[in-house]
Design a protein around this ligand. Structure first.
Ligand code: G4P
Length: 532
């Protein structure tokens, strides 16, 4: 990165975003192609695409390994067309965890990838709901148009119905499956035609037209396909609301692009769409005041903690989303609420293009701060001012189990290990009020149980086992202290405390949950805990 002189211009060109999708919709492929377009990954022309893609993937893994962080932690920064993109990876597969959710608090917008044959799937919907909590603007990419797909209008209708969003096509597909030819760009009257020949480079034909009747279209499409395109675009223009930048940026409308990540098709238009439409870093909600990105002083918050690969050192990397100021290597930043500043002398920056450690960053950028456990998820960092960023939520775990050390003498050690791992956000950890009970751990994706057991065994030397626990849902309870005490006295067997000491109610079943919520109307039972 060159020396930054015009901070305002730097902020204006930042696009910090994530990709949300259900497993298999094509997020990995799309990520690779975005890096390919930006030149962050070079792919030789003539080599077969699958092999090349794999190499690119492992290359990237290696880079991550060299930096001592795993690929699930990745933040990829790349430049294209004058924009500086920060793509935050949201592990969305079996290792789906709270990290995934929290990463979405650090972005300014998201791309939602949908499989054209499947439409909105479960995890897409869940992740979307998290975006909605903060009105994160979403651009939709309907992928795999080279396969038999569902009717685009039906897909649009499904997005609108399932997610309660206004939907408008930014592009309209011409044919599908074997007959997929490309897209007509509704927003700026442009034709983009697919070249199926070579998947390892970008050579689709793109040309501007004056409208759907432009005779140039006839040179590329058979008459019946042209007519069909005209009819369809005319129809969707009547049926769907016109694109409204403000509605999109407020999170109420999503523009839809169609393409095939595997065939490199539509990826360039999507990236251009993020550049043109998606917002640059915005004011961040905080107490006692919001923070504007162009303020002089550096501020940021920790949205993720990743244990270092080097087990001997127990180092952690705190991922910080910068919210304002001009960060320079060597700065001292204060975690608000603590008296000890952190000297950020060796930040991890995530430039894919030039892999040097960068020295500077501005609002929207992510820096990784190595530390020994001083930084925690949700911490606000400033140059001294007491500002706390709000809205970095914890989500109630959906799967709960009791955890025990195989050696009962290790119970205390296990407690400490669990607290540390809970601070990292690996799992929610709850200590039942009935003292004889073992800890209960909660996760949002079942593979997290294995990850947790594995880390406790390898990093802390404590083999553990799980038992089922009669708990259906966890809710943070809060309210008037006297009412809370009465509640605790009456429900001691269902109460536990999380690693920060906040009371958690563990309901045995749906009936128990509903009944309790009804019986204690003065108390709040929260599925989302906001850091304060
Ligand atoms: P994910 O990260 O969202 O889980 O999806 P990923 O990119 O891994 O893609 C899932 C599968 O879908 C992969 O096939 C990938 O090649 C395929 N895919 C992605 N984009 C497209 C597309 O535009 N068109 C078609 N036809 N397929 C696409 P796989 O066989 O499971 O993986 P691999 O073993 O070939 O790597």
């Amino acid at each position: 990165m060159t020396d930054i002189t015009d901070i305002g211009a730097e902020i204006a060109r930042r696009r910090t975003f994530a990709i949300i999708s259900h497993p298999d919709a094509g997020k990995t492929t799309l990520t690779e192609k975005l890096l390919l377009f930006s030149g962050a990954i070079q792919m030789a022309g003539a080599v077969k695409a699958r092999g090349e893609q794999r190499r690119a993937r492992s290359d990237w893994l290696k880079v991550e390994r060299e930096r001592g962080i795993s690929v699930s932690a990745s933040v990829m920064s790349f430049e294209h067309d004058g924009f500086a993109f920060n793509l935050l990876d949201t592990p969305g597969h079996e290792d789906f965890s709270e990290d995934t959710y929290r990463t979405l608090t650090a972005v300014d917008s998201a791309i939602m990838v949908i499989d054209a044959a499947k439409g909105i799937e479960e995890q897409t919907r869940k992740l979307f709901e998290v975006c909605r909590l903060r009105d994160v603007p979403i651009i939709t990419f309907v992928n795999k148009m080279d396969r038999e797909a569902r009717d685009p209008l039906e897909l649009i209708d499904e997005i609108e119905q399932t997610l309660a969003l206004d939907v408008t096509p930014a592009a309209w597909p011409i044919g599908m499956g074997r007959h997929f030819r490309g897209c007509y760009h509704v927003l700026d009257d442009r034709m983009v035609l697919m070249d199926r020949g070579d998947r390892s480079s970008i050579n689709d034909a793109s040309f501007s037209v004056t409208g759907l009747d432009d005779p140039t279209i006839g040179e590329h499409l058979p008459r019946d396909q042209w007519q069909e395109l005209k009819d369809q675009v005319t129809m969707v223009r009547e049926l769907c609301p016109a694109f409204d930048l403000q509605a999109y940026r407020e999170g109420h409308m999503t523009p839809v692009f169609f393409g095939s990540a595997l065939n490199n098709f539509g990826v360039r238009e999507l990236l251009e769409g993020v550049g043109r439409l998606a917002p640059s870093p915005r004011r961040q909600p905080a107490t006692p005041r919001d923070v504007a990105p162009d303020e002089d002083k550096v501020t940021g918050f920790v949205f993720k903690i990743q244990a270092n690969m080097d087990l001997k050192h127990r180092d952690r990397i705190a991922f910080v989303r910068l919210c304002s100021g001009h960060f320079k290597r060597g700065m001292r930043l204060l975690p608000v609420g603590s008296t000890k500043a952190v000297n950020v002398s060796a930040p991890v920056m995530f430039l894919a293009q030039d892999r040097e450690i960068a020295d500077e960053a501005v609002a929207g950028d992510i820096i990784g701060i190595p530390n020994h456990g001083t930084l925690r998820i949700g911490d606000s960092l400033t140059e001294g001012e007491e500002i706390r960023f709000t809205g970095i939520p914890s989500f109630a775990p959906e799967l709960l189990r009791r955890i025990r050390p195989e050696d009962p003498m290790k119970a205390k050690h296990l407690g400490r290990a669990l607290e540390q791992l809970a601070e990292e956000g690996v799992a929610a950890v709850m200590k039942p009020r009935i003292t004889s009970s073992a800890w209960v751990v909660g996760v949002v994706g079942s593979l997290q149980f294995d990850v947790l057991a594995d880390r406790i065994r390898t990093e802390y030397g404590i083999p553990v086992s799980y038992e089922t626990v009669e708990a259906y849902a966890a809710r943070w309870v809060s309210g008037d202290p006297a009412e809370m005490k009465r509640f605790a006295d009456n429900n001691v067997s269902a109460l536990s405390d999380d690693h920060t000491g906040r009371p958690v109610f563990l309901a045995r079943n749906a009936w128990h949950l509903n009944r309790t919520v009804e019986d204690w109307p003065k108390l709040k039972f929260d599925k989302v805990k906001n850091q304060v």
